[in-house]
Design a protein around this ligand. Sequence first.
Ligand SMILES: *Cc1c(COP(=O)(O)O)cnc(C)c1O
Length: 420
Amino acid sequence: MSPTELAQDPSAVSAQSFSATNFDQDVMTTYGRFPIALERGQGCRVWDTDGQEYLDFVAGIATCTLGHAHPALVAAVTAQIQTLHHVSNLYYIPPQGDLAHWLTQHSCADRAFFCNSGAEANEGAIKLARKYAHTVLNIEQPIILTADASFHGRTLATITATAQPKYQKNFDPLVPGFVYVPFNDLAALKDKIATLDHDQRRVAAILLEPLQGEGGVRPGQLEYFQGVRQICDQTGILLILDEVQVGIGRTGKLWGYQNLGIEPDVFTLAKGLAGGIPIGAMLSKEFCSVLQPGDHASTFGGNPFVCAAALAVLDTLETENLLDNSAQRGEQLRAGLHTIQSQYPNLIAEVRGWGLINGLVLKDEIELTSIEVIKAAMEAGLLLVPAGPKVVRFVPPLVVSEGEVDKALQTVRKVLAELG
Ligand SMILES: *Cc1c(COP(=O)(O)O)cnc(C)c1O
């Protein structure tokens, strides 16, 4: 057997003895976990410690862009760690420059800053907006508007930006300077800005997801985002887009904002950027030069290892035509889910999404929850992730094949037949 065949044969790997009981004694209790332990992956498939195979439509939550053990990613990180894996930003880091160049050449941004996660990228954007407000807009107490049902991360500033009480409860006092508006509601946004202005509280930035991921796979509306852009152009308010979940081809286009016919002033990336190697990035138009040496930093940010990984992901995105695949497999998936919806009109309220981020929305008036569907799918060999209590989210690797999408649809059909 070749090494690849060996890696794909579950019996070839000695089953590690794994104890969930021991794990639960040692690891903090911050996560609810499904009762399987994943050990190995190849493409869109993963295997647990019992050798059970799953089709992975979670991809580390919209993160493993190239799936698991992709040869291009393996080769890039192997070569880089053998050469130089980490040095400080005290020095020039060539792969960081290459990555920033790729990102700025392929987007509306002029410059990039690198960090390690989505929350950290959003923290950076919040700091950038505040410094810009203080030093250029002359706003003493800058306000950042964010949307109901948004998700921007788990640090104190980003749970405050996240307009969902369940993420904030018992962590107060929260960070001042955030005000919430309903998503996709332009009139409410205009009203809020006017009311705040009247109270001498000026808005410095509006922070939105192009499509709300955690909040239930809710796509942004074209007219809304174009209206928001217009308000920002007229007032000088910054438009910051959180592309942490939808950036890097997830929506069938490289950036989520390309679905909305607008360009942001700042956008943030993380999940899919390095295909599962931890990275975050804040991209901005030139005004970001208000941040001067010493204003912002991250020890690991943009080190050679993660930048080599991201460059391999972006290169593969182009060589394997993954934007087209994301768009086409997404259409196939939504078409199949719509058929399933027509077969189970009493269970399914809606199918929505862009490219390879899609939600199957269960009816509010039935008892069935997303978790119940996901548990049944897992037992049937398909991994899915909730986006709230009623939305089953499909975010497979962008390398997913037509056959794998068909197989996932078959499993969903079977699961709903049992549950429905
Ligand atoms: C996941 C996510 C974040 C947080 O990213 P972390 O890497 O977990 O900090 C922020 N914004 C959006 C839209 C996300 O989906």
